[in-house]
Write a protein that binds this ligand. Structure first.
Ligand code: GLV
Length: 328
């Protein structure tokens, strides 16, 4: 019998994707990750693993689970998986792009607006009974988003979706990516290429939309913050380790940059203690990027379909390491 193990709770309705497939599925209905040793011991009895970004799949894990043919991550980012090791082991890796693009772009924009207009501070102020009268020099004076310059670090699907939103705010949109787009695509998206240094120097808001790779780890460090405008704000909905969190906290504390809207952390779920003490113009969320009901359902469904199709001998609709198929 072909078997799939779902390592943690997913959106339950999505399991219908396996109906009639003849595949047996075991769902661990718990929202906490399994310790790696236990995950390894359990997954060893399965052909497919549907896992979350909090599950680590490395070479040791794959060696302990020789029966596995597919690892299907319920996330677009797959830095929790050693893809090279999976490819060597002939294991297909899949992720959930596209279905979460708009929700994540919405959240990036929400963070940008929340930090710029100091929304959580205003909310806390009112709830504390401190709103006694309207005044011109209001306590939560913010900065303009409309017409400002937005710098996108990474212009994949999510970066482009943020660029589309920025158009409605008549923002100037700069981007930096490893590949520069053809001029017609840049014109259609309304974006202008900038070197990393130029992006830092010119942007009122810098929003991070790149994957976590060796080349992007700590790309936003003390050196980068020193090159940003003192009035600038950093938005990160990508992966925590792209930002040196201690350096970010220091830059915010020392007024090197003005604010931040952060959804992802270096040692998630831990947050650098210095960041937690900063409240002015600093908005911190618990990794909510794709957290809408419809999006999480679509992510769960896509991950299950990819595992199902791989195990039925078909090429899944998304695959991170197509080399595995090319080699067959
Ligand atoms: C969430 O962070 C994802 O990568 O989908």
């Amino acid at each position: 019998m072909t078997r799939i193990f779902v390592s943690q709770e997913i959106v339950e309705e999505a399991l219908a994707e396996l109906d009639g497939s003849g595949i047996e599925v075991d769902v661990r209905r718990d929202h906490r990750p399994l310790p790696s040793e236990e995950l390894r011991a359990t997954a060893a009895d399965y052909d497919g693993l549907v896992c979350l970004l909090t599950d680590r799949v490395d070479a040791g894990f794959l060696a302990a689970c020789p029966r596995l043919k597919v690892v299907s991550n319920v996330a677009v980012g797959f830095d929790n998986i050693d893809v090279a090791a999976a490819t060597r082991a002939g294991v297909v890796v899949t992720n959930t792009p596209r279905v979460l693009t708009e929700a994540t772009a919405d959240l990036a924009f929400a963070l940008l607006l929340a930090a710029a207009r100091r929304i959580p501070e205003g909310d806390a102020f009112l709830r504390a009974g401190r709103y006694t009268h309207w005044r011109v020099n209001q306590e939560q004076m913010g900065v303009d988003v409309f017409g400002a310059t937005l710098g996108l670090f990474g212009l994949g699907q999510i970066g482009r979706a943020v660029a589309r939103r920025a158009r409605g705010f008549e923002m100037t949109v700069l981007y930096h990516d490893v590949v520069r787009l053809p001029p017609e695509t840049e014109a259609a998206l309304g974006v202008t290429y900038a070197s990393f240094e130029e992006l830092l120097a010119r942007s009122d808001f810098v929003s991070v939309h790149a994957p976590l790779l060796d080349s992007t780890r700590h790309r936003f460090d003390a050196h980068a913050f020193a090159r940003m405008r003192r009035s600038a704000m950093l938005i990160n909905t990508a992966r925590g380790p792209l930002v040196d969190e201690a350096a970010l906290a220091a830059a915010l504390r020392d007024g090197v940059i003005a604010g931040a809207g952060i959804d992802v952390y270096e040692g998630e779920p831990a947050v650098h203690p210095d960041l937690l003490t900063l409240q002015e113009r600093v908005v911190l969320l618990p990794h909510l990027g794709s957290a809408t009901r419809t999006t999480r359902l679509e992510m769960s469904r896509l991950a299950l379909r990819c595992a199902r199709d791989t195990l039925l001998g078909k090429r899944p609709e998304v695959v991170v390491n197509p080399e595995v198929f090319d080699r067959r």
